[in-house]
Design a protein around this ligand. Structure first.
Ligand code: BGC
Length: 522
């Protein structure tokens, strides 16, 4: 019998390293902080951790601007701390996935510094994407080489004093690499081996669809930047890279890679999951879906259908370091107080009942909301800066975790230290300490759901079956498990089965609005 690979139904917990736990007292999370909390993560009941980038970085984009791919930023620790973390995580039964950022480097990376110092047309510049501009309107003026936008606002090109422009699909400080250059390919294959040899169990590939651009650099001319096989994302050439990476991963035992691929084309998504490419891709649609049973059902069906031809399992995600926390997304302007927490707990039961693997984001197990009222001067996200404050950006979901105590830094850091983003005073009631041992807390609910899922998973088939349900609800069955989710306001009759876990107590055989239940199928 072949064993199910560990990632296929894993619950993976995303750690935003800078905001998880600070052991050194500098106000920023670090690897030792994570190590000191492994017991918490094991007891929570997740299978694996995904660490956001901890590599040396000027943090122009929270570490997704990497200056050295083979080291740890001193603010986060040392390579020795990393090795100790891998060993301890494994001893706690937790796998470790690290983020790899191959689309762009930091502008402080040695390659980019060399490129800037070298003349146009030099081999050093060929590792990035340098192009001449186009004549602008006024005399002597120049426009960028084409109309591509940066994902963070403004054009995707910056001009150097010598007149050449370089491409950055993200911030100015994140120059895009030229994946047609063999140096780039070899470098990243070597970087993969570097971390595999240190014992990582997998990689989360940042901007996985963007690595190779069409080499004529034509305008988008109104087409969406994410269009599959357009000039920017999901070019056919990108797949050859992942075939090479897969060969490397296969030289080691049980290592995996998950790609960050934003696409609305299921056929495009499936290409990454061919048997000689990536093991998983993120399927982000639950994150985008409104609070609606019909919308959730559509998303689930589409996601399952998209991966079906590949044999890979789907992946599910409600929140991440890039999106507004789902508890806040589920708020209603005139809603009943607490409705968003009720919905978030119900959504967890849906998420964990689905086939495939689930990616949780740190703090959702505490019911942390998005922090919407950060002072402007505290905000760090380049989206906020590049839009002149027009877009708040992603800092609100990156506020450090509250562990204990009654005031900032809530055990995130040493007493008296100011964390890198301010923490709301109201979080005193949301700390791990405040929730631990409280049978009605969000944390207790997450632990119960994860523990039960772990018990049930080995007996669950991959297939799911929809049962008849009232329009505001969805009922799905996976063999011995039935999940009922009621997105409406009025109670619905539960489907048959013995209740195993509910997000709020049912009334007899009625499931209240904004609630979910797991039942043992009859
Ligand atoms: C990461 C973001 C980052 C961007 C550029 C993403 O998709 O998740 O946090 O800003 O890539 O690296």
């Amino acid at each position: 019998m072949t064993r199910t690979p560990w990632w296929r139904d894993a619950v993976v917990y995303e750690i935003y390293v800078r905001g998880f736990a600070d052991s050194s007292g500098d106000g920023e999370g670090d690897l030792r902080g994570i190590r000191s909390r492994l017991g918490y993560l094991r007891d929570l009941g997740v299978d694996a951790l995904w660490l956001t980038p901890f590599y040396p970085s000027p943090l122009a984009d929270g570490g997704y601007d990497v200056a050295d791919y083979r080291d740890v930023d001193p603010r986060f620790g040392t390579l020795g701390d990393f090795d100790a973390l891998v060993a301890d995580a494994h001893a706690h039964g937790l796998r470790l996935i690290v983020d790899i950022v191959p689309n762009h480097t930091s502008d402080r990376h040695r390659w980019f510094r060399k490129a800037v110092a070298a003349p146009p047309g030099s081999p050093a510049r060929d590792r990035y994407i340098f192009r001449p501009g186009r004549p602008g309107e006024g005399p002597g003026e120049e426009d960028p080489p084409n109309d591509w936008p940066s994902a963070f606002g403004g054009p995707a090109w910056t001009r150097l004093p010598d007149g050449e422009w370089y491409l950055h699909l993200y911030a100015t400080e994140q120059p895009d690499l030229n994946w047609r250059n063999p140096d780039v390919r070899h470098e990243f294959e070597d970087i993969l081996r570097f971390w595999l040899d240190r014992g990582v169990d997998g990689f989360r590939i940042d901007v996985a669809a963007g690595l190779v651009k069409e080499d004529c650099y034509r305008d988008l001319a109104g087409r969406g930047v994410r269009t599959a096989n357009g000039p920017v994302y999901s070019r056919p050439e990108v797949h050859e890279i992942y075939r090479g990476w897969r060969r490397i991963l296969d030289e080691y035992d049980e290592r995996m890679a998950i790609g960050e691929v934003w696409t609305d084309d299921p056929d495009d998504l499936a290409l990454y999951l061919r048997p000689d490419e990536l093991h998983q891709v993120f399927q982000f649609d639950l994150q985008l879906a409104p609070w609606s049973a019909a919308a959730f059902r559509d998303v689930v069906e589409a996601a399952v259908t998209a991966v079906a031809p590949t044999g890979a399992a789907p992946t599910w995600v409600l929140s991440s370091h890039d999106s507004i926390r789902h508890i806040t997304r589920y708020e209603q302007p005139e809603g009943v107080p607490g409705i968003e927490l009720a919905r978030a707990k119900a959504a967890l039961l849906l998420l964990l009942a689905l086939p495939g693997s689930a990616y949780l984001y740190q703090g959702e197990e505490l019911g942390l909301p998005e922090v919407v009222d950060l002072p402007d001067e505290a905000r760090q996200d380049p989206i906020f800066k590049r839009s002149d404050g027009g877009q708040l950006g992603r800092d609100g979901c990156r506020v450090p975790l509250p562990w204990s105590g009654k005031s900032e830094p809530f055990g995130f850091s040493l007493a008296g230290v100011r964390p890198w983003l301010p923490m709301p005073a109201e979080w005193a009631s949301l700390t791990v300490e405040a929730q631990e041992g409280d049978p009605s807390s969000t944390l207790t609910f997450y632990r119960a759901a994860l523990a039960l899922r772990r018990r049930l998973v080995p007996g669950l088939p991959d297939d799911l079956e929809w049962l008849d349900s009232p329009a505001a609800a969805l009922f799905l069955r996976r063999g011995p498990l039935t999940c009922a989710l009621n997105c409406g306001e009025n109670p619905v009759r539960l489907p048959p089965g013995r209740p195993l876990l509910t997000s709020i107590p049912p009334y007899g055989d009625l499931l209240p609005g904004n609630a979910a239940a797991w039942l043992a199928s009859p």
